[in-house]
Design a protein around this ligand. Sequence first.
Ligand SMILES: O=C(O)C(=O)C[C@]1(C(=O)O)C=C[C@@H](O)C=C1
Length: 400
Amino acid sequence: MASMTTPRLPFLPARTRSAVAATSSSSPSSPLPRRSIKCSSSTNANSAPLPSTSRQPRAPVADGVGSADLNGLRAPPIPVADSPLPAYRDPHGLPRPLTSADLMESSGEGLKVAYQGFPGAYSEAAAKKAYPNCQTVPCEHFDTAFQAVQNWIVDRAVLPLENTLGGSIHRNYDLLLRHELHIVGEVRLAVRHCLLANRGVKIGNLRNVISHPQALAQCEHTLTELGIEHRQAVDDTAGAAKLVAEQMLQDTGAVASSLAAELYGLDILAENIQDEKVNVTRFMMLAREPIIPRVDKPFKTSIVFPLEDWKPAQLLKALAVFALRDINLTKIESRPHKKRPFRVADDTFSTPVKYFNYLFYVDLEASMADPKTRKALGNLEEFAPFVRVLGSYPTDVSEV
Ligand SMILES: O=C(O)C(=O)C[C@]1(C(=O)O)C=C[C@@H](O)C=C1
């Protein structure tokens, strides 16, 4: 595959304070030339997920896995006449040059996309929704998927962040900080759970049900109503279906997708068993490089920051940098600050008081291409020891 020119990016999110400064027109340079590595795809139910230990050494190879990204995608250019014109202007008010990324189509053709679980997992469906023509690559754990992108084994990862019934998938928030990847998109998926069992098994025969902990939580009440008391958590829904089938369990069912029933030869005993009809999971699309932020369509920007100098209303003041500029927040999540787990309260009392310390993950309804977003983040740095931009990416506006 011929290598293509890396596009000029007007914005390159970074780990620290430079995140805001980096919105100039510097070109990102890849740490290493890109390369293609053959790996398993999940075209059939026997594809085993990549184990956590699967690491490939980084090696400089001239040929590459894509070069220029738009919405986390790499694809052959389409004719200029069909491509959208760049819609926004640079910080000097001048038109932004057309980049090769603007010329790309977004089907995911030729992309390898990692997800957590076995074939038939909802995460695989999300990867296919995000990149319809991609080759999906099952991974054993969330961090395997992060590593697979970071080590150039795959091009992208699609991983869950939150669910309307079960809430946040905290592990992935923590992993975002431990890796250098960028959020290049989001995708929401309607999750419709089924109760699966081996042929001939009836609901009345079931003593146990196994599934992913989120899936069990999403079906908690329905499973109780069906009279199934014992639950056991496994790594993913499709893995649960596979286990029930392979071990020919007669008293254990699985909560999984109808696709998993088909792939592993199980019967569907009940459909749509989640506790609320609407059950949607939001997934993030991850890549090694950021995308070019835009202002001609809805964008989100995800950031993470800790606070220092805990004065009264410090968090309120930090978040006011967005309110002052009419920037909406769509989500806020606090996670333990593992490196600095405690903060010591001011010495009002003779004994110093230690409180837990947090990192705040915030999603903004804003694009990094908008100067007011960059100003707000500059302002936030007055309160935060660091601000990291995790990604600026198009909002998923599809129907779910
Ligand atoms: O086990 C799966 O099928 C997954 O894709 C994982 C997962 C999750 O992590 O939340 C994804 C979507 C559903 O909300 C349930 C489980």
